[in-house]
Design a binder for this molecule. Structure first.
Ligand SMILES: [Zn+2]
Length: 182
């Protein structure tokens, strides 16, 4: 299975992820607390992917407080504050030991939009995202759909950049994995 992690809670840090049934560990949204804890996960020796939206990268001071992922997003969407997210330096450091993947440019929710709007936004998002990763010299070969909404247009748009590893709702959330174990 492919595990999906957002905010890293103390319970997650207590959880043994060495089981062979876990093939891959993914981290969505580029939270700063993921950067502060990424070394913990190296012991499990699994392929790891960190999915980042380049518009949501810390530019100033960073806040190490553990915050729920949806709350951090809410703060960003309302105020533009990126203190709960990784910086490009953080992302670069992680890229030495794990994969960095795309997560669109600014994490839009396409779910309830009309098809023409979805296509227009997806195209803009992929172009801006690829441009930003190139500017920061980060090579990406994977992508996670925001909100795990598997809009088909992304597959086509990303294929043009050779990105074929797409992650979505077929992942198992760490919360449900832990529930099953307990
Ligand atoms: Zn996300």
């Amino acid at each position: 299975m492919i595990l999906e992690i957002h905010e890293i809670t103390p319970e997650i840090l207590d959880c043994d992820l060495s089981s062979p049934e876990i093939e891959t560990i993914t981290f969505d949204d580029g939270l700063y607390t993921q950067f502060l804890n990424y070394k913990h996960f190296l012991q499990f020796k699994k392929p790891m992917y960190f999915f980042v939206s380049p518009a949501i990268v810390a530019t100033g001071s960073q806040d190490p407080t553990l915050i729920e992922c949806w709350r951090a997003h809410e703060i960003f969407f309302k105020t533009g504050k990126t203190a709960h997210y990784m910086s490009w330096d953080n992302i670069k450091e992680i890229s030495e030991v794990a994969n960095i993947g795309g997560h669109t440019f600014s994490h839009p929710n396409l779910r309830d939009l009309k098809l023409t709007q979805q296509l227009k936004i997806a195209k803009e998002q992929v172009e801006l995202m690829m441009q930003a990763f190139a500017e920061h010299n980060i090579k990406i070969e994977s992508f996670a759909y925001p909100y795990d909404y598997e809009f088909f247009g992304f597959k086509f748009l990303l294929g043009k950049y050779g990105i074929k590893k797409l992650f979505g709702e077929t992942r198992t959330t760490i919360e449900s994995y832990m529930m099953k174990k307990s």
